[in-house]
Design a protein around this ligand. Structure first.
Ligand code: FAD
Length: 274
């Protein structure tokens, strides 16, 4: 997708936003976890991943300020149509569900591959993802999609301006903000600091309440079978444990080369790193 002479199409910017339906992990009860430590999805309500709402807001604000269109894409089960309808009710122009049995068992590598293939179909100027999904929690999918699109990636977006084919992006760096310029096409992962998703428009709620998204399977977006689902997923989860963080002993390390060197040696020795 890299194109140094990239110019936005006439009529504004094409924005693709990746949205995910997730179990509401704030409603965790006794039945929310299975005996093997995995999430019992059936016991939790399904919601629009919170930071994907911020990502949708970022895309809608580009359309509002500079013109263009917004395509919302999700990969998941048919039940995920609910969040696509929400996206349409808020102002998205098109909604796409990527669903296929071949995608079952996908880790972040396979998920980002399948999503990148779907995103390419729309030849976007800007791609938006949430920073992180509240169920998987890896925050890997956005940057991995960007890597597969071979485009600039800007994480932790909280403000965005556009000047032709250049994005002027302000990102949260924890201790402050950083403003950077990225040539389009570019992918952004968005945090809650970008701002809340605008409310539904009542007229659009009525129009899209039973809307059917465009449905694509892996073949329709040109995926290679061995990069999807279990076949394309090198991750294996050996064990899931609940970790209870509790205060304990601490050790003071001198802020010198020797002190840091001794700490690193200790961490390597007990296999914490290395
Ligand atoms: C071995 C293994 C097997 C797995 N098998 C399954 C399975 O069978 N079924 C299953 O549902 N999950 C499965 N998962 C989980 C799945 O890989 C992750 O949910 C997925 O890769 C996204 O990772 P994440 O949840 O950490 O999202 P993050 O990387 O934290 O998400 C960041 C952003 O990427 C975008 N994004 C992420 N996922 C999607 C999506 N599906 N659609 C649109 N946008 C998205 C969103 O914008 C999101 O905010 C499996 C994971 C592993 C490790």
């Amino acid at each position: 997708m890299k194109d140094i002479n990239h110019t936005p199409k006439e009529g504004g910017y094409t924005c693709v936003v990746c949205i995910k339906q997730v179990p509401d992990t704030k409603k965790v009860t006794g039945e929310a976890m299975k005996a093997d430590g995995t999430i019992n999805r059936a016991a939790l309500p399904a919601i629009f991943n919170p930071e994907d709402k911020n990502a949708l807001e970022a895309a809608l604000s580009v359309k509002e300020r500079y013109g263009g269109r917004v395509v919302a894409i999700t990969m998941g089960l048919p039940a995920a149509k609910a969040i696509l309808r929400e996206a349409l009710a808020c102002g998205a122009d098109e909604a796409v569900l990527v669903t296929d049995r071949k995608a079952a068992g996908s880790d972040t590598l396979a998920t980002s591959y399948i999503l990148s293939q779907a995103v390419k179909k729309f030849n976007p100027d800007l791609v938006f993802c949430g920073r992180q999904a509240i169920d998987g929690d890896t925050a890997q999918t956005g940057p991995q999609i960007g890597e597969k699109l071979d485009c600039a990636v800007v994480t932790y977006l909280e403000k965005l301006d556009l000047d032709g084919n250049v994005a002027i992006a302000t990102r949260d760096i924890g201790t402050g903000v950083e403003t950077c310029r990225a040539t389009l096409p570019a992918l952004f992962t968005v945090t809650e600091k970008f701002g809340e998703l605008r409310p539904f428009e009542m007229r659009r709620v009525m129009k899209y309440k039973n809307a059917e998204p465009e449905i694509l399977d892996c073949a329709a977006i040109g995926c290679e079978d061995d990069r999807c689902g279990f076949a394309g997923s090198p991750t294996s989860v050996n064990k899931i444990e609940s970790v209870v963080l509790a205060g304990g002993e601490f050790k003071e390390i001198a802020a010198t080369d020797e002190g840091i060197g001794a700490l690193v040696a200790e961490l390597i020795k007990d296999h914490t790193i290395g």
